[in-house]
Design a protein around this ligand. Structure first.
Ligand code: NAD
Length: 493
């Protein structure tokens, strides 16, 4: 008997119930930190995807017309259930993904906040009246849910990304087929169970599993899917945009980043170094908005590097079950090799490794990489321009505000940026000049319910998390009514 046969099974979630995949195919899910196999994942066949889309289509008519207040109550109940189970969900997330359990707990709780935020927003969806076009008319707009949405998410924040996607779509009245990353599918299944317990009708949410190239692509090109909401890599985003073009599907894309932290000389160097360590090494640098390029004003560059390296050197790398751990495992051996490849090519190109630069040897199992600081990095280096998506930061000096802005804008990405200065006018000027979806001034945080989150340039299309992000799940319809007893006769016939 194969060892995998004894693993807990992770089925699909279709029409309100856990069901086995009919493809007969499966994938094993492992723990990134221990490399233990922890689940066997049923891989959806084309028939399963068809069934999931059909269930969503069937549920759509009723869910779209369910009173908004009822949607609010269901989403609020889901938020309560998430909070009640946050510990259990965090353990499962950490076990699968390899990031510290304490961080997972924070991410699960922030998922609950997103459900609460959009629970409140569901009852605030309004159209508008338009000044009379001609006497005897009344014109108005109504907003209607788009229909069935395919939502495809990555492995770096599995529960949080599922929450960011599901909550606004459900609030708007859409039905969903969600495809989590095949590497981290476990907490999305728990979320489906939680939403069902909270009262979500069968078919409104369906979850299918499997590789993006097959299962993801079937969803993106499926004639029963009206909208695709994707979070993942920029190259994948381009492929999805092309595949979705065949039926002009509505599309939102949350893609990669190469976000800068711009540090001016007037700051408290020690304090900003500490905050900047968090801004890159949280989630082992596997964050789309990780501030992976630090730009430092020349006069404090050496002092900043010294402080940053000293603080990053104190990070505890290792066992994600321990409260003291700051940096857990990377997601996979393949991903670690990719991250290390960037570092080794940078070294070959003349960059200096001020800290780390290799896997953490203390851990025989798992995919632990040392927090890595690269100095002497110029805009020509590959590692300055491309997303590494790991615990690797570059530090580059600048001589003037104009040069800082040029460097900050010197990549194809535009997701987020941090600016550190005591001169608020300069901070705001930089915020106006940087091309990105968001800018933090003198603080390292990035994403909160209520604030739009998303990218410019190659970092994506559209925004999540704000009230207006609901519009990504709504169509606007114009209604023009004749309020007289007569029928207009424009030809005078
Ligand atoms: P990925 O693009 O490889 O995969 C993301 C998801 O897309 C997975 O579920 C995958 O199975 C699926 N997929 C892959 N190919 C597909 C295809 N051809 N058609 C349909 N689906 C397909 O990304 P990843 O490695 O899982 O995640 C890392 C990337 O995600 C990074 O670039 C990161 O910056 C980005 N990301 C962006 C945000 C954001 O909000 N902007 C948030 C998190 C992660």
């Amino acid at each position: 008997m194969s060892a995998t046969l004894t693993l807990p099974q992770t089925p699909l979630w279709i029409d309100g119930a856990a069901v086995p995949a009919t493809s007969g195919q499966s994938l094993t899910v492992s723990s990134s930190a221990t490399e233990d196999l922890i689940a066997e994942l049923g891989v959806a066949g084309k028939d399963d995807v068809d069934r999931a889309v059909a269930a969503a289509r069937k549920a759509f008519g009723r869910w779209a017309t369910t009173p908004a207040g009822k949607r609010t109550r269901i989403l609020n109940k889901a938020a309560d259930l998430i909070r009640a189970r946050a510990g259990e969900l965090a353990e499962l997330e950490s076990r699968n993904n390899g990031k510290p359990v304490a961080h997972c707990k924070g991410e699960i709780l922030s998922g609950a906040e997103v459900f609460e935020f959009f629970a409140g927003a569901a009852t605030k969806i309004t159209g508008e009246t338009v000044p009379a076009i001609m006497p005897g008319t009344l014109s108005l707009t109504v907003k209607e849910p788009i229909g069935v949405c395919a939502q495809i998410i990555p492995w770096n924040y599995p529960f949080m990304m599922a929450s960011w996607k599901l909550a606004p779509a459900l609030a708007a009245g859409c039905c969903i087929v969600l495809k989590p990353s095949e590497l981290t599918p476990l907490t999305a299944m728990k979320l489906a169970e939680i939403l069902a317990e909270a009262g979500l009708p069968a078919g409104v949410l369906n979850v299918v599993h499997g590789p993006g190239e097959t299962v993801g692509n079937w969803l993106v090109t499926h004639p029963g899917v009206d909208k695709v909401a994707f979070t993942g890599g920029t190259e994948t985003g381009r492929a999805i945009m092309a595949a979705a073009a065949g039926r002009l599907k509505r599309l939102t894309l949350e893609l990669g980043g190469k976000s800068p932290s711009v540090v001016f000389a007037d700051v408290d160097v020690e304090a900003v170094a500490a905050a900047s360590v968090h801004a890159i090494f949280y989630s082992a640098g596997q964050s789309c908005e990780a501030r992976s390029r630090i730009l430092v004003e020349q006069s404090v560059h050496d002092r900043f590097v010294e402080a940053f390296v000293a603080k990053a050197g104190k990070l505890v790398v290792g066992d994600p079950t321990q409260e003291v751990t700051h940096v857990g495992s990377l997601i996979s051996a393949e991903h670690l090799a990719k991250v290390d490849g960037f570092v080794q090519r940078a070294v070959a190109a003349g960059v200096t490794v001020a800290l780390g630069g290799k896997r953490a040897e203390a851990h025989a199992k798992g995919h632990f990489y040392l927090p890595t600081v690269l100095t002497g990095v110029t805009p020509e280096h590959e590692v300055f321009k491309q997303e590494v998506f790991g615990p690797v930061v570059t530090i580059t000096p600048f001589a003037s505000e104009a040069e800082a802005l040029k460097l900050a804008n010197g990549t194809d990405y535009g997701l987020f940026a941090s600016v550190w200065t005591r001169d608020l006018a300069r901070g705001l000027r930089m915020a106006q000049g940087i091309s990105s979806g968001g800018v933090g001034i003198n603080q390292p945080f990035t994403a909160f319910s209520g604030l739009p989150f998303g990218g410019t340039k190659q970092s994506g299309l559209g925004r999540e998390l704000s009230v207006r992000s609901l519009d990504a799940y709504l169509e606007e319809k114009a209604i023009m009514a004749n309020t007289t007893d007569k029928v207009f006769n424009p030809f005078g016939l």
